[in-house]
Design a protein around this ligand. Structure first.
Ligand SMILES: Cc1cc2nc3c(=O)[nH]c(=O)nc-3n(C[C@H](O)[C@H](O)[C@H](O)COP(=O)(O)O)c2cc1C
Length: 205
């Protein structure tokens, strides 16, 4: 099939918008932010990736809430323009999913999911202590995306990475051991995959 998503996001026989199944697997940025009162907020974002290595730049995409308002994470980075992106390893998948609950503004999803915080060095929001790696980021820019047909707006929050935490046990021969990190990634629908195998392919000279 071929279709124009400006006309219909999921023409038959599609039952759902397939974009997330096609652009996947996507890594998950487990984003911690603070509100102006210093209260912790944690939520997973699979519209997340790195876009530059020097300076290191990452971005995540908070979509509007189904009710139309801004998610707490977006509200917070507008007020306190820093975040951490903890990396989700396979044993943390269920806890990560728990933190996607839309709790009331100011309620701490990290504590609600039985997780603990570890202080960051270069930004105010802490990281998830149980995560084996995390990026400390300063907001570089927040991009307003055009309205969807339902009138809701999404955003891209771009951050400069100003601190990187890696569990020393993950480092072997000067590299991060990707199999030991066992990252969880998101596909479409409710599908996930874990990094459980890899192969090396060198670029042509
Ligand atoms: C694996 C996973 C990935 C998600 N990715 C996104 C995303 O990229 N953008 C988004 O707006 N919501 C995403 N969500 C939903 C948010 O995590 C959810 O709306 C959360 O309650 C937002 O929290 P907040 O209001 O505290 O910011 C995702 C949920 C899960 C479980």
């Amino acid at each position: 099939m071929h279709y124009d998503p400006r006309v219909d996001l999921k023409p038959a026989p599609l039952k759902f918008n397939p974009l997330n199944a096609l652009v996947g697997p996507r890594p998950i940025g487990w984003i911690t932010t603070l509100d102006p009162a210093g209260r912790i907020n944690l939520a997973p974002f699979s519209y997340f990736n790195a876009f530059s290595s020097d300076p290191p730049i990452v971005a995540f995409g908070p979509n509007a809430r189904a009710s139309g308002g801004a998610k707490d994470t977006l509200r917070n980075v507008r007020e306190v323009p820093e975040f951490t992106a903890s990396i989700v390893s396979a044993p943390l998948a269920r806890a990560m999913n728990e933190t996607s609950r839309e709790l009331a503004y100011g309620e701490n999803e990290m504590a609600a999911a039985g997780l603990t915080s570890a202080a960051s060095i270069n930004v105010r929001p802490p990281r998830v202590a149980e995560a084996r790696a995390a990026l400390e980021c300063r907001v570089f820019e927040i991009v307003d995306l055009p309205c969807g047909r339902d009138g809701r707006t999404s955003h891209i929050v771009i951050g400069e990475v100003v601190g990187i935490y890696i569990d020393d046990a993950l480092i072997a021969n000067g590299r991060v051991d990707s199999l030991a990190l066992a990252q969880v990634a998101r596909l479409g629908y409710n599908d996930y995959t874990n990094v459980a195998s890899l192969y090396e392919m060198r670029r042509p000279d």
